[in-house]
Design a protein around this ligand. Structure first.
Ligand SMILES: [Zn+2]
Length: 132
């Protein structure tokens, strides 16, 4: 699975839809699990912060299939012209990936067409702060 193909899969699930005053579905995520299965999801933006990111939705689909390790992940937003742009995962999604499975610190996070970093690069302090 090439990075470009995963980016295209993330872009393929993007479809903006109005939910009340908010827009959902305008960010899509595709992840490749360590078992080489692809899971996708879209963001849901609702009032009062009850929504969640596309990464969150894709990870939920992966966990529903009883998988927990992410090999590669990417999120994509499309503008009004349909042009896809890779987005960086927010802090909550970075921590979410880590908490689903600590081995996800080795996940390749696609940050652009030629830019990939390990999750541990984006979350440099992986100590268990609950013990502090
Ligand atoms: Zn997020």
């Amino acid at each position: 699975m090439t990075h470009e193909k995963l980016i295209n899969l993330a872009a393929s699930v993007v479809k903006s839809v109005k939910m009340g005053d908010n827009t959902s579905g305008d960010v899509g995520c595709a992840l490749l699990s360590d078992k080489d299965n692809v899971y996708t999801g879209v963001c849901i933006d609702t009032m009062s912060g009850m929504g969640f990111c596309a990464e969150h939705a894709a990870i939920a689909a992966m966990v529903t299939a009883q998988e927990y390790k992410i090999k590669t992940i990417v999120a994509v937003w499309k503008n009004e012209k349909g042009e896809a742009h890779v987005l960086h995962p927010c802090g909550r999604c970075r921590e979410f990936m880590r908490q689903v499975n600590k081995e996800n610190m080795e996940t390749d996070v696609i940050l652009g067409k030629n830019r990939v970093v390990k999750l541990k690069t984006l979350l440099p302090y992986e100590d268990d702060f609950s013990k502090a």
